[in-house]
Ligand binder design. Structure first.
Ligand code: NAD
Length: 350
Protein backbone atom coordinates (compact mmCIF):
# COMPACT_ATOMS: atom_id res chain seq x y z
CA UNK A 1 0.00 0.00 0.00
CA UNK A 2 2.64 2.53 1.03
CA UNK A 3 6.00 2.31 -0.70
CA UNK A 4 8.83 2.57 1.84
CA UNK A 5 11.78 2.24 -0.52
CA UNK A 6 14.67 4.13 1.07
CA UNK A 7 16.89 6.00 -1.33
CA UNK A 8 19.99 7.14 0.49
CA UNK A 9 21.63 10.22 -0.99
CA UNK A 10 24.48 11.70 1.02
CA UNK A 11 22.87 12.31 4.43
CA UNK A 12 19.34 12.55 3.09
CA UNK A 13 16.93 9.63 2.91
CA UNK A 14 13.54 9.93 1.26
CA UNK A 15 10.56 7.67 1.77
CA UNK A 16 7.89 7.80 -0.94
CA UNK A 17 4.32 7.65 0.37
CA UNK A 18 1.54 6.39 -1.87
CA UNK A 19 -1.89 5.08 -1.05
CA UNK A 20 -4.43 5.11 -3.87
CA UNK A 21 -7.40 4.35 -1.59
CA UNK A 22 -7.03 7.51 0.52
CA UNK A 23 -5.25 9.73 -2.02
CA UNK A 24 -2.06 9.89 0.05
CA UNK A 25 0.81 10.99 -2.19
CA UNK A 26 3.97 12.47 -0.78
CA UNK A 27 7.36 11.96 0.75
CA UNK A 28 9.11 11.86 4.11
CA UNK A 29 12.64 13.28 3.93
CA UNK A 30 15.02 12.36 6.75
CA UNK A 31 18.10 14.54 6.72
CA UNK A 32 19.85 13.39 9.89
CA UNK A 33 19.21 11.12 12.87
CA UNK A 34 22.61 11.75 14.47
CA UNK A 35 21.14 13.58 17.46
CA UNK A 36 17.92 11.55 17.72
CA UNK A 37 14.79 10.74 15.70
CA UNK A 38 14.31 13.00 12.68
CA UNK A 39 11.66 15.51 13.76
CA UNK A 40 9.75 17.99 11.64
CA UNK A 41 6.19 18.81 10.71
CA UNK A 42 3.96 17.56 7.93
CA UNK A 43 3.19 20.03 5.14
CA UNK A 44 -0.03 19.51 3.14
CA UNK A 45 0.09 21.69 0.06
CA UNK A 46 -0.47 21.73 -3.69
CA UNK A 47 2.63 20.66 -5.64
CA UNK A 48 2.73 20.20 -9.42
CA UNK A 49 4.50 16.83 -9.15
CA UNK A 50 6.27 14.55 -6.67
CA UNK A 51 9.69 15.90 -7.69
CA UNK A 52 8.71 19.40 -6.51
CA UNK A 53 7.32 17.95 -3.27
CA UNK A 54 10.52 15.93 -2.70
CA UNK A 55 12.74 18.93 -3.33
CA UNK A 56 10.78 20.98 -0.79
CA UNK A 57 10.80 18.12 1.75
CA UNK A 58 14.60 17.75 1.49
CA UNK A 59 15.21 21.49 1.88
CA UNK A 60 12.87 21.66 4.88
CA UNK A 61 14.31 18.50 6.49
CA UNK A 62 17.83 19.94 6.36
CA UNK A 63 16.52 23.14 7.95
CA UNK A 64 14.98 21.08 10.76
CA UNK A 65 18.31 19.35 11.44
CA UNK A 66 19.98 22.72 11.89
CA UNK A 67 17.11 24.15 13.96
CA UNK A 68 16.94 21.14 16.30
CA UNK A 69 20.71 21.00 16.73
CA UNK A 70 20.91 24.69 17.63
CA UNK A 71 17.99 24.35 20.06
CA UNK A 72 20.00 21.62 21.86
CA UNK A 73 17.21 19.11 21.31
CA UNK A 74 17.85 15.35 21.21
CA UNK A 75 16.37 15.28 17.71
CA UNK A 76 17.55 15.04 14.14
CA UNK A 77 15.86 16.72 11.20
CA UNK A 78 13.11 15.48 8.89
CA UNK A 79 9.96 16.67 7.18
CA UNK A 80 6.92 15.19 5.47
CA UNK A 81 5.38 16.81 2.43
CA UNK A 82 2.01 15.54 1.23
CA UNK A 83 0.46 16.63 -2.06
CA UNK A 84 -3.05 18.04 -1.72
CA UNK A 85 -5.24 15.71 -3.84
CA UNK A 86 -7.24 16.95 -6.80
CA UNK A 87 -10.98 16.42 -6.31
CA UNK A 88 -12.81 14.92 -3.33
CA UNK A 89 -10.95 12.91 -0.72
CA UNK A 90 -11.41 11.59 2.80
CA UNK A 91 -9.09 13.75 4.89
CA UNK A 92 -9.22 11.56 8.00
CA UNK A 93 -8.40 8.43 5.95
CA UNK A 94 -5.50 10.22 4.26
CA UNK A 95 -3.94 11.19 7.59
CA UNK A 96 -4.50 7.70 8.98
CA UNK A 97 -2.62 6.31 5.95
CA UNK A 98 0.13 8.84 6.63
CA UNK A 99 0.20 7.71 10.29
CA UNK A 100 0.65 4.13 9.15
CA UNK A 101 3.64 5.20 7.05
CA UNK A 102 5.15 7.08 10.00
CA UNK A 103 4.67 3.99 12.19
CA UNK A 104 6.43 1.79 9.62
CA UNK A 105 9.57 3.90 10.15
CA UNK A 106 9.67 2.68 13.76
CA UNK A 107 10.52 6.03 15.35
CA UNK A 108 13.04 7.21 12.75
CA UNK A 109 10.65 10.08 12.01
CA UNK A 110 8.44 12.13 14.38
CA UNK A 111 5.74 14.26 12.80
CA UNK A 112 3.62 17.27 13.85
CA UNK A 113 1.67 20.12 12.24
CA UNK A 114 3.08 22.37 9.55
CA UNK A 115 1.56 24.52 6.82
CA UNK A 116 -1.82 23.04 5.85
CA UNK A 117 -2.19 20.57 8.73
CA UNK A 118 -4.05 20.87 12.02
CA UNK A 119 -4.37 19.31 15.46
CA UNK A 120 -7.34 17.31 14.11
CA UNK A 121 -5.10 15.83 11.38
CA UNK A 122 -2.44 14.86 13.93
CA UNK A 123 -5.13 13.26 16.11
CA UNK A 124 -5.89 11.01 13.10
CA UNK A 125 -2.19 10.26 12.69
CA UNK A 126 -2.03 9.34 16.38
CA UNK A 127 -4.54 6.52 15.87
CA UNK A 128 -1.80 4.74 13.88
CA UNK A 129 1.45 5.77 15.56
CA UNK A 130 2.83 7.32 18.74
CA UNK A 131 5.54 9.11 16.76
CA UNK A 132 3.49 12.28 16.49
CA UNK A 133 3.20 15.53 18.47
CA UNK A 134 1.02 18.62 18.26
CA UNK A 135 -1.95 16.86 19.89
CA UNK A 136 -4.29 18.23 22.55
CA UNK A 137 -2.09 18.58 25.65
CA UNK A 138 -2.60 16.62 28.85
CA UNK A 139 -2.82 18.75 32.01
CA UNK A 140 0.48 20.46 33.03
CA UNK A 141 2.25 18.65 30.22
CA UNK A 142 3.79 20.36 27.21
CA UNK A 143 1.81 20.50 23.99
CA UNK A 144 -0.90 22.40 22.17
CA UNK A 145 -0.39 25.49 20.03
CA UNK A 146 3.37 26.15 19.79
CA UNK A 147 2.94 29.74 18.50
CA UNK A 148 3.10 31.53 21.90
CA UNK A 149 6.42 29.77 22.61
CA UNK A 150 7.74 30.75 19.21
CA UNK A 151 6.71 34.36 19.84
CA UNK A 152 8.37 34.36 23.27
CA UNK A 153 11.66 33.14 21.79
CA UNK A 154 11.48 35.79 19.06
CA UNK A 155 10.75 38.51 21.63
CA UNK A 156 13.68 37.52 23.86
CA UNK A 157 15.98 37.28 20.83
CA UNK A 158 14.91 40.70 19.62
CA UNK A 159 15.43 42.31 23.03
CA UNK A 160 18.96 40.90 23.35
CA UNK A 161 19.87 41.48 19.70
CA UNK A 162 18.71 45.11 20.01
CA UNK A 163 20.86 45.64 23.09
CA UNK A 164 23.84 44.23 21.20
CA UNK A 165 23.31 45.72 17.74
CA UNK A 166 21.43 48.95 18.46
CA UNK A 167 22.61 49.58 22.02
CA UNK A 168 19.01 50.28 22.97
CA UNK A 169 16.08 48.80 24.86
CA UNK A 170 12.84 48.02 23.07
CA UNK A 171 10.97 50.97 24.63
CA UNK A 172 13.20 53.28 22.59
CA UNK A 173 12.69 51.44 19.31
CA UNK A 174 10.21 51.00 16.47
CA UNK A 175 9.58 47.49 15.14
CA UNK A 176 8.05 46.75 11.71
CA UNK A 177 6.22 43.41 11.84
CA UNK A 178 5.36 41.69 8.56
CA UNK A 179 2.47 39.26 9.15
CA UNK A 180 0.34 39.37 12.29
CA UNK A 181 -0.94 35.80 12.39
CA UNK A 182 -0.48 33.42 15.31
CA UNK A 183 3.14 34.29 16.02
CA UNK A 184 3.20 37.87 14.72
CA UNK A 185 0.21 39.01 16.79
CA UNK A 186 1.56 37.44 19.97
CA UNK A 187 4.96 39.07 19.33
CA UNK A 188 3.28 42.46 18.77
CA UNK A 189 1.45 42.22 22.09
CA UNK A 190 4.71 41.51 23.93
CA UNK A 191 6.44 44.35 22.10
CA UNK A 192 3.64 46.79 22.94
CA UNK A 193 3.84 45.68 26.56
CA UNK A 194 7.59 46.37 26.51
CA UNK A 195 6.95 49.89 25.20
CA UNK A 196 8.11 49.44 21.60
CA UNK A 197 6.41 51.41 18.81
CA UNK A 198 4.86 49.18 16.15
CA UNK A 199 4.36 49.36 12.40
CA UNK A 200 2.41 46.36 11.09
CA UNK A 201 1.20 44.88 7.81
CA UNK A 202 -0.75 41.79 6.79
CA UNK A 203 -2.49 40.68 3.60
CA UNK A 204 -5.48 40.11 5.89
CA UNK A 205 -6.34 43.81 6.28
CA UNK A 206 -9.19 43.22 8.76
CA UNK A 207 -6.98 41.23 11.11
CA UNK A 208 -4.25 43.85 10.81
CA UNK A 209 -6.61 46.76 11.48
CA UNK A 210 -8.06 45.04 14.57
CA UNK A 211 -4.58 44.53 16.02
CA UNK A 212 -3.53 48.08 15.11
CA UNK A 213 -6.57 49.41 16.98
CA UNK A 214 -5.91 47.15 19.97
CA UNK A 215 -2.25 48.13 20.32
CA UNK A 216 -2.15 51.63 18.86
CA UNK A 217 0.12 50.40 16.06
CA UNK A 218 0.58 52.09 12.68
CA UNK A 219 -0.72 49.97 9.81
CA UNK A 220 1.00 50.13 6.41
CA UNK A 221 0.55 48.38 3.08
CA UNK A 222 2.20 44.96 2.73
CA UNK A 223 4.39 46.31 -0.04
CA UNK A 224 5.81 48.99 2.28
CA UNK A 225 6.55 47.06 5.45
CA UNK A 226 10.09 45.88 4.65
CA UNK A 227 11.16 49.46 3.93
CA UNK A 228 9.15 51.07 6.73
CA UNK A 229 10.71 53.72 8.99
CA UNK A 230 11.73 51.40 11.81
CA UNK A 231 14.75 50.22 13.79
CA UNK A 232 13.92 46.52 13.55
CA UNK A 233 12.27 44.48 10.80
CA UNK A 234 10.47 41.32 11.97
CA UNK A 235 9.43 38.96 9.15
CA UNK A 236 6.56 36.88 10.57
CA UNK A 237 4.69 35.94 7.37
CA UNK A 238 6.01 33.46 4.81
CA UNK A 239 9.61 32.77 3.77
CA UNK A 240 11.71 34.82 1.35
CA UNK A 241 11.10 38.28 2.90
CA UNK A 242 14.79 39.16 2.54
CA UNK A 243 15.72 39.70 -1.09
CA UNK A 244 18.40 41.85 -2.72
CA UNK A 245 15.71 44.48 -3.37
CA UNK A 246 14.10 44.46 0.07
CA UNK A 247 17.51 44.65 1.77
CA UNK A 248 18.59 47.54 -0.47
CA UNK A 249 15.49 49.52 0.55
CA UNK A 250 15.51 48.58 4.25
CA UNK A 251 15.76 51.34 6.86
CA UNK A 252 15.92 48.98 9.84
CA UNK A 253 19.37 48.08 11.22
CA UNK A 254 18.31 44.74 12.69
CA UNK A 255 16.26 41.83 11.29
CA UNK A 256 14.75 39.45 13.82
CA UNK A 257 11.53 37.55 13.17
CA UNK A 258 9.65 34.25 13.25
CA UNK A 259 9.36 33.31 9.58
CA UNK A 260 11.25 30.29 8.31
CA UNK A 261 13.68 30.68 5.40
CA UNK A 262 13.79 34.48 5.49
CA UNK A 263 16.79 34.70 3.14
CA UNK A 264 15.36 34.32 -0.38
CA UNK A 265 18.82 33.21 -1.55
CA UNK A 266 22.03 32.62 0.45
CA UNK A 267 23.75 35.67 -1.09
CA UNK A 268 21.23 37.96 0.64
CA UNK A 269 23.21 37.27 3.85
CA UNK A 270 26.16 39.09 2.19
CA UNK A 271 23.93 42.00 1.15
CA UNK A 272 22.80 42.41 4.77
CA UNK A 273 26.40 42.30 5.95
CA UNK A 274 27.46 44.86 3.33
CA UNK A 275 24.74 47.26 4.54
CA UNK A 276 25.64 46.59 8.20
CA UNK A 277 22.13 45.31 8.88
CA UNK A 278 22.41 42.75 11.68
CA UNK A 279 20.57 39.51 10.90
CA UNK A 280 19.42 37.22 13.72
CA UNK A 281 19.34 33.75 12.07
CA UNK A 282 15.71 32.67 11.63
CA UNK A 283 15.97 29.05 12.69
CA UNK A 284 17.77 29.93 15.92
CA UNK A 285 15.29 32.71 16.73
CA UNK A 286 12.10 30.74 15.98
CA UNK A 287 12.95 27.48 17.79
CA UNK A 288 10.31 27.97 20.52
CA UNK A 289 7.70 26.05 18.53
CA UNK A 290 9.81 22.93 17.97
CA UNK A 291 10.92 23.08 21.61
CA UNK A 292 7.27 22.86 22.67
CA UNK A 293 6.49 20.12 20.14
CA UNK A 294 9.54 18.07 21.12
CA UNK A 295 8.74 18.38 24.85
CA UNK A 296 5.32 16.96 24.13
CA UNK A 297 6.85 14.01 22.27
CA UNK A 298 9.49 13.43 24.94
CA UNK A 299 6.89 13.65 27.74
CA UNK A 300 8.37 16.78 29.33
CA UNK A 301 6.37 19.39 31.23
CA UNK A 302 5.81 23.07 30.54
CA UNK A 303 8.55 24.16 32.94
CA UNK A 304 11.17 22.42 30.81
CA UNK A 305 9.82 24.18 27.69
CA UNK A 306 10.19 27.51 29.49
CA UNK A 307 13.78 26.68 30.46
CA UNK A 308 14.74 25.69 26.93
CA UNK A 309 13.00 28.71 25.34
CA UNK A 310 14.82 31.03 27.78
CA UNK A 311 18.12 29.89 26.24
CA UNK A 312 17.19 31.12 22.75
CA UNK A 313 17.84 34.84 23.31
CA UNK A 314 21.32 34.40 24.87
CA UNK A 315 22.20 31.94 22.09
CA UNK A 316 21.26 34.49 19.43
CA UNK A 317 23.33 37.13 21.24
CA UNK A 318 26.37 34.81 21.26
CA UNK A 319 26.03 34.18 17.52
CA UNK A 320 25.78 37.91 16.79
CA UNK A 321 28.81 38.66 18.95
CA UNK A 322 30.92 35.98 17.26
CA UNK A 323 29.82 37.09 13.79
CA UNK A 324 30.69 40.72 14.60
CA UNK A 325 34.10 39.72 15.97
CA UNK A 326 34.87 37.74 12.84
CA UNK A 327 33.26 40.18 10.38
CA UNK A 328 31.05 37.42 9.00
CA UNK A 329 27.33 36.90 8.50
CA UNK A 330 25.48 35.50 11.54
CA UNK A 331 23.70 33.18 9.09
CA UNK A 332 27.01 31.56 8.15
CA UNK A 333 28.19 31.39 11.77
CA UNK A 334 24.94 29.68 12.84
CA UNK A 335 25.13 27.16 9.97
CA UNK A 336 28.69 26.24 10.94
CA UNK A 337 27.72 25.80 14.58
CA UNK A 338 24.79 23.55 13.64
CA UNK A 339 26.93 21.51 11.24
CA UNK A 340 29.59 20.96 13.86
CA UNK A 341 27.01 19.85 16.49
CA UNK A 342 25.55 17.33 14.00
CA UNK A 343 28.99 16.13 12.86
CA UNK A 344 30.15 15.59 16.46
CA UNK A 345 27.01 13.55 17.22
CA UNK A 346 27.46 11.52 14.03
CA UNK A 347 31.13 10.79 14.93
CA UNK A 348 30.10 9.69 18.42
CA UNK A 349 27.44 7.37 17.00
CA UNK A 350 29.83 5.85 14.40
P1 NAD B 1 0.02 32.30 10.40
O1 NAD B 1 -0.50 31.68 9.16
O2 NAD B 1 -0.81 32.26 11.64
O3 NAD B 1 0.36 33.84 10.13
C1 NAD B 1 0.96 34.30 8.98
C2 NAD B 1 0.38 35.67 8.69
O4 NAD B 1 1.10 36.26 7.62
C3 NAD B 1 -1.09 35.62 8.29
O5 NAD B 1 -1.83 36.56 9.04
C4 NAD B 1 -1.05 36.01 6.81
O6 NAD B 1 -2.22 36.69 6.38
C5 NAD B 1 0.17 36.89 6.75
N1 NAD B 1 0.81 37.05 5.45
C6 NAD B 1 0.99 36.14 4.47
N2 NAD B 1 1.67 36.68 3.44
C7 NAD B 1 1.93 37.96 3.80
C8 NAD B 1 2.60 39.03 3.17
N3 NAD B 1 3.14 38.90 1.95
N4 NAD B 1 2.68 40.21 3.81
C9 NAD B 1 2.15 40.37 5.05
N5 NAD B 1 1.49 39.38 5.69
C10 NAD B 1 1.38 38.21 5.07
O7 NAD B 1 1.45 31.64 10.65
P2 NAD B 1 2.30 31.65 11.99
O8 NAD B 1 2.08 30.36 12.70
O9 NAD B 1 2.11 32.93 12.70
O10 NAD B 1 3.78 31.57 11.39
C11 NAD B 1 4.40 32.74 10.85
C12 NAD B 1 5.78 32.36 10.33
O11 NAD B 1 6.57 31.84 11.39
C13 NAD B 1 5.78 31.28 9.24
O12 NAD B 1 6.83 31.54 8.34
C14 NAD B 1 6.09 30.00 10.01
O13 NAD B 1 6.71 29.04 9.19
C15 NAD B 1 7.05 30.54 11.04
N6 NAD B 1 7.11 29.72 12.26
C16 NAD B 1 6.00 29.51 12.99
C17 NAD B 1 6.06 28.74 14.15
C18 NAD B 1 4.85 28.52 15.02
O14 NAD B 1 5.02 28.07 16.16
N7 NAD B 1 3.66 28.84 14.55
C19 NAD B 1 7.29 28.16 14.54
C20 NAD B 1 8.43 28.40 13.77
C21 NAD B 1 8.33 29.18 12.62
Amino acid sequence: MVDHALSPSQMMRTVRLRDAASGLDGVIAIHSTALGPGAGGCRFWRYPDIEAATQDACRLAKGMSYKNAMAELPLGGAKAVLRYPEGDFDRAALFRAFGKAVEALEGLYVTAEDVGTSVADMEQVSTMTRHVAGLHPAQDMAGGDPSPWTALGVFDSMRMAAQFALKADLDALTVAVQGVGNVGASLCRQLAEAGAKLVIADIDADRCRALADELGARMVDVTDIAAAEADIFAPCALGGALTQDSVAAMKARLVCGAANNQLATPDVADALLARAIVYAPDYVVNAGGIISVSAEYLGEDEASVRTRVARIGPRVARILEQAAREGRSPAVVADEMAESIIARAADKAA
